[in-house]
Design a protein around this ligand. Sequence first.
Ligand code: ADP
Length: 448
Amino acid sequence: MVWRLLSFVGLQSVAAALAWFLVEPAARVLTALLAAIGAGYLWLLFDAVRGMRLLNWLRRGESTEVALGAGLWGEAADRMRRLLRTRERQVVEGEGKLQDFLAALQASPNGVVLLDAQGRIEWFNQIAGEHFGFDARRDLLQHFGNLVRDPAFAAYFSERDFSHDVVMPGRDSTSAKPVRLSVHLHPYGEGRSLLLSRDITAVEQAEAMRRDFVANVSHEIRTPLTVLAGFVETLQALPLGEDDRQRYLGLMAQQAQRMQSLVNDLLTLSRLEGSPLPSVHDWVPVPAVLQACETEALELSRLLWGRAQDIVFESDAPCELAGSQPELHSVVFNLVGNAVRYTPADKSIRVRWQALGHGGAVLSVEDTGPGIAPEHLPRLTERFYRVDRSRSRDTGGTGLGLAIVKHVAQRHGAELRIDSVPGRGSVFSIVFPASRVRAMAELSLATV
Ligand code: ADP
């Protein structure tokens, strides 16, 4: 400020002094006065031009620098420039933080939608786009309620009680492949809302399966239990002869056996689900497993049919399998047991172990029984799924055998295949990968 005053007064003084010395003495005073006033106007004009340049620079908002040198306008320009740079840096930093934040929301496994106070979509992540079928270019700033017209959501939105979520079908939901979404609105800021969506299809399916499973187990146990209780009551109430007593006790033993088999299979399944995968270093000799199953199959056949069926066991290469011996035994016996139970006494059963070209091997159990209609095949490994309910029960089936087989096969990296022609018979095969099969060592061969 001092410099401005000095320069203003200085310029006027210099102009006045020059006029004083350059003109006639008679006109000196007036000329010096006029020169000083003129110099003052010149100074003001020059100052106004500098001020205008700064103002124009600010108006244009250009990033190029304006050179105003030193002085008040120069300093003002300098300070404004610095202020602008600081602001620009803050904006860039803020933008970067916003992008980081949005990237984090984008990475969320749940759908995220940001709604403004009017319920219009300000932003959504990719998962939300998939859940509701939104398009980033088309649907931004659209009213969420106009795009998602599910009645359950509309009621939830209008009630404005956001203390809980609402469950609605997803965009791709069909009756064959339902998709269920849990949607929860969380109000924040001034009337804005954060909408979170979660795909709960798998959770709901697991819950439904759990409910079905409990209902099935209860039903399976209740039936023999009711029969047992009936016999106990009869034995208590009636003075029966020895023959009747023995017959009733035999029937009771049968029901008890049925419950025992069911509990054993349930325990096997829960052990399979809870235990670590079978080791790839424990080698089980396949011929020993086949031999044990052959003996048991013949026993079961005699028990069920009064005489052993025509059961043939064949193996084209003595191999060892990496895995769990009890699990492999239960797989083979379940398949062979089913063949024995469902194949009439006069028909034949063939169990084969074959090495495959790529180093793997296949175990197949082929029967000439009733066969299974194609529509049942995909569901056979479901727990408690039975094609022939009474045949299964009469022969001591639990409805869990193939579920166990599939589980064990998966744990050994193997695949269960089922081919069947109604009226002709069925083939159940388990294909083991090369990594779990090896030719039998000479030493082991001698001991089998
Ligand atoms: P189950 O204890 O009832 O035999 P599984 O899970 O072992 O239960 O088998 C499921 C159903 O598949 C059986 O109830 C039966 O209807 C059918 N099934 C299994 N194996 C055979 C077979 N070899 N021949 C015909 N039907 C079979």
